[in-house]
Design a protein around this ligand. Structure first.
Ligand SMILES: [Zn+2]
Length: 237
């Protein structure tokens, strides 16, 4: 299992190919932790929900509610452990990875989750001329319109395939001065299984959170500091 994105890594490698390329492309500027809420096998219900919720098809609202619930419960229950791995006491602001499809308006996940978190939101903008469809890490793809000096940022996205878009956003946040960036993605897409090497390995010290279930006891130590104030609000609504 990749120590960064929790996808499958080749035998003998700590990280998957894409995460190794990212580390070489933007050393010191990547997200400090990547926490998938769930792994998403092809053709799974979650894969469908991640596609349908952005559509105008029947079931879009229900799919969005499912994804929002998954994300909020994860942030409430696992957030403090994610923050600790990112080296932050708690996030000071939230940010959404900009939509890669040039979609007008706010990101559909942001529309769902905004107002559910007790955090200020900071924007990221796509630079003019950047490839909006690109999936590789492009350090110049996004920019923060204002300084984020010393900020601890919760960077959210709905999916992680290669991770290039989310890491490009993390680079922009770090270049704006962010001290730490914790990426939380709802679904970590898994490539089609092509043999034993394509099957995610057993947790090897990774948090064990990538399948959306709590990891084995002790695999993901609890924060040493006192639990911070709840970041997720209005779960009862
Ligand atoms: Zn990886």
């Amino acid at each position: 299992m990749c120590a960064c994105c929790h996808g499958p890594a080749g035998r003998g490698f700590a990280r998957c190919f894409q995460c190794r390329v990212h580390a070489e492309s933007a050393p010191g500027l990547l997200a400090d932790v990547v926490a998938p809420v769930a792994c998403v096998p092809k053709d799974s219900r979650l894969a469908t929900d991640l596609w349908v919720y952005k559509s105008v098809w029947p079931g879009a609202r229900e799919a969005g509610e499912t994804l929002l619930a998954l994300l909020l419960v994860f942030l409430r229950d696992q957030g403090p452990r994610v923050w600790q791995r990112a080296g932050m006491p708690t996030p000071g602001c939230a940010c959404m990875v900009p939509s890669g499809r040039g979609r007008p308006g706010s990101h559909p996940l942001e529309a769902l989750v905004r107002g559910r978190l007790s955090l200020p939101w900071v924007p990221l903008l796509a630079r003019q001329g950047a490839d909006a469809w690109g999936r590789v890490l492009d350090p110049g793809r996004f920019c923060a319109p204002r300084p984020l000096t010393g900020q601890a940022v919760l960077l959210l996205d709905d999916t992680w395939a290669s991770g290039g878009t989310a890491q490009s956003a993390a680079v922009a946040l770090k270049r704006a001065g962010a001290q730490s960036v914790a990426v939380v993605v709802v679904g970590r897409h898994l490539p089609a299984v092509t043999g034993s090497a394509g099957v995610p390995g057993t947790p090897d010290g990774a948090p064990g959170i990538s399948r959306g279930v709590p990891g084995p006891a002790g695999a993901y130590p609890a924060p040493r500091s006192a639990r911070p104030a709840p970041l997720v609000n209005r779960l009862d609504r």
